[in-house]
Design a protein around this ligand. Structure first.
Ligand code: FE2
Ligand code: FE2
Length: 153
C-alpha cells in the first residue's frame, strides 16, 4: 500500500495543467486540419513542426504519468480503480504510434488533396482518442483523490 506521504500536490497539479496544454494544442491543430485545401511547402513544414512538438510534449507527459505514481496513488486509495488505471496507461504507446503515423503521412513534398483529407480525418480520429484517454485518466485521478478538478465531462 502506498503511503499518503507519496502524494505531491505540486506534481499532480503539473500533470493536470499539462492536460490543459494538450487540449489547447489539439484545438489549434484541429483548426489547421479543418482547412479544405492542403498547404504549400512552408505551411506543410509548419504542420510537421506542430505535430512533432505535440508528439514530444505527449511523450514527456506520458513518461511523467508512468513514473509519477499518481495513478498508483489513486489505486491505493480506491482499489476498484485498478483496472481503469492500468487500461489508461496501456493506451500510451498506441496513441504515440497513431501520431507517428500521421507525421509519416505529412512527410512529403507534395500533399495531394486526397491525402490531405485522409490525414485530416486521421488527425480528427487521433484527437477523439486522445481526448477520450485524458477524460478517462482525469476520472481515475479525480475518483482516487476524491476531488473535482473542474474538467468538463
Ligand atoms: Fe495518459
Ligand atoms: Fe494524461
Amino acid at each position: 500500500m502506498l503511503s499518503s506521504s507519496r502524494i505531491d500536490p505540486g506534481v499532480l497539479g503539473h500533470l493536470l495543467s499539462q492536460h490543459r496544454e494538450l487540449h489547447a494544442r489539439l484545438l489549434a491543430l484541429r483548426e489547421t486540419f479543418r482547412r479544405p485545401r492542403p498547404p504549400g511547402g512552408a505551411g506543410l513544414e509548419a504542420i510537421r513542426g506542430e505535430l512533432r512538438g505535440l508528439r514530444d510534449y505527449l511523450a514527456g507527459h506520458f513518461a511523467q504519468e508512468e513514473s509519477g505514481g499518481h495513478l498508483e496513488e489513486s489505486i491505493a486509495r480506491m482499489p476498484r480503480l485498478s483496472a481503469a488505471a492500468r487500461a489508461v496507461l496501456a493506451e500510451h504507446s498506441g496513441l504515440i504510434a497513431e501520431l507517428e503515423s500521421l507525421l509519416e503521412r505529412v512527410s512529403t513534398r507534395d500533399i495531394r488533396r486526397v491525402t490531405w483529407s485522409e490525414v485530416a480525418a486521421g488527425f480528427a480520429a487521433f484527437t477523439d482518442h486522445l481526448l477520450d484517454h485524458e477524460r478517462n485518466e482525469n476520472a481515475v485521478l479525480q475518483q482516487g483523490y476524491n476531488e473535482d478538478f473542474g474538467f468538463p465531462d
